[in-house]
Design a protein around this ligand. Structure first.
Ligand code: IPE
Ligand code: IPE
Ligand code: MG
Length: 259
């Protein structure tokens, strides 16, 4: 797969479905609390929202879906909750991959997997290998991921392979070393659960993504909620530093030359 250059070089149309959607799935704990259930019940229901979202993305022709499942800071949670999340990750890997595979989905995991138990690492590797040949939706799950970690590991790997760049390097030198160099930068970022922050998700790659925040709690997120996010995206004008007039006239030129 080719490494994509910065998506900020061109101005993609926003009238279609976004090519890459990245989601912070937040609000599981509050969903459970509202129902007087333990927090982990919210995580369990959250998996159903994952299923619905993946299915909706496949149906709508989204090419890349990236889900933030566990941040590098989530280890700070109570041990029991972390343990439950790991168990849930294991059972999802065991139970969902065949279905994803039969729907043509490619599965990838990004993040520092070295901190996970060997069983999880093995299941992730098996899932990636099993689905590697598919050409449908590319589903990336970010686990023990942090945007700052990603930047550090990218610089470290780059300098190890190309020590001559220590004297200076460009974005295009660094881009191939990010965990998600196989995907274009997200067009649409969604955060559920009402908070309006990035929480150390894809810091580098979100530079020019359209941001969408919703109060919907993750377990309540579904195809209709996804459509609302996409509809919001479709109303945006992405300018990447240019003026609106430049963007509009660029579109006219493109339309004329396309015939
Ligand atoms: C997101 O939901 C799931 C993870 C971070 C793993 P939360 O568990 O953060 O839910 P709230 O924010 O406490 O409601
Ligand atoms: C972000 O949610 C991480 C994931 C959804 C995996 P958090 O609930 O951990 O974020 P903060 O702590 O409220 O910023
Ligand atoms: Mg949260």
């Amino acid at each position: 797969m080719v490494a994509h250059t910065s998506s900020t070089l061109g101005v993609p149309e926003t009238n279609g479905v976004p090519q890459h959607i990245a989601i912070i799935m937040d609000g599981n704990g509050r969903w459970a609390k509202q129902r007087f259930l333990p927090r982990v019940a919210g995580h369990k229901r959250g998996l159903e929202a994952v299923r619905a979202t993946v299915k909706a993305c496949v149906q709508r022709g989204v090419e890349y879906l990236t889900l933030f499942a566990f941040s590098s800071e989530n280890w700070r949670r109570p041990q029991d909750e972390v343990k439950f999340l790991m168990q849930l990750f294991i059972s999802a890997l065991e139970q969902e991959i065949e279905k994803l595979h039969s729907n043509g989905v490619r599965f990838r995991a990004v993040g520092d997997l070295s901190r996970f138990e060997p069983r999880i690492v093995r299941l992730v590797e098996e899932a990636e290998a099993r689905t590697a040949g598919n050409d449908g939706l590319l589903l990336t799950v970010a686990a023990n991921y942090g945007g700052r970690w990603d930047m550090l590991q990218a610089v470290a790997r780059m300098l190890k392979e190309r020590p001559e760049l220590a004297a200076g390097f460009a974005e295009t030198d660094l881009n191939p070393y990010f965990c998600m160099s196989y995907a274009p930068e997200p067009d649409l970022f969604v955060r559920t659960g009402g908070e309006q922050r990035i929480s150390n998700f894809l810091l580098w790659q979100l530079a020019y993504s359209e941001l969408y925040f919703t109060d919907t709690l993750w377990p309540d997120f579904d195809a209709a909620a996804l459509d609302r996010a996409i509809a919001s995206y479709q109303e945006r004008e992405r300018r990447f530093g240019r003026t609106s007039e430049q963007v509009q006239s660029g579109r006219r030129v493109a339309r004329v030359s396309a015939g």
